[in-house]
Design a protein around this ligand. Structure first.
Ligand code: SF4
Length: 93
């Protein structure tokens, strides 16, 4: 499983879009919920943060370009990104 580090409290340069990510002040675990219990609740909380994020497009593109298959990125869960990729693949065929 691939993971980005953009949810982590690293220090991106000021011209890096990650510096403007709304999740920088949030618990990274919120974006990588585990197990069945509470999964949807945590995903919904993460997506709520994404909705106010000024760089959600860049984030989603990063996840799609790099095949990130775990966690919430750009306001979509990993399951939702897989559906999006399948739709795009089917539309391109
Ligand atoms: S869209 Fe969500 S996961 Fe992506 S940078 Fe913004 S808050 Fe973080």
């Amino acid at each position: 499983m691939k993971r980005s580090t953009h949810h982590m409290p690293n220090t991106p340069s000021t011209d890096d879009w990650r510096a403007r990510a709304a999740c920088r002040s949030e618990d990274p675990e919120l974006f990588f919920p585990k197990g069945e219990v509470g999964w949807k609740t945590n995903v919904d909380k993460a997506k709520k943060v994404c909705r106010r994020c000024p760089v959600h497009r860049e984030c989603l593109q990063l996840a799609l370009d790099n095949g990130l298959d775990d966690g919430v990125f750009g306001g979509l869960s990993d399951k939702e990104r897989r559906v999006l990729i399948r739709r795009r693949t089917n539309n391109a065929a």
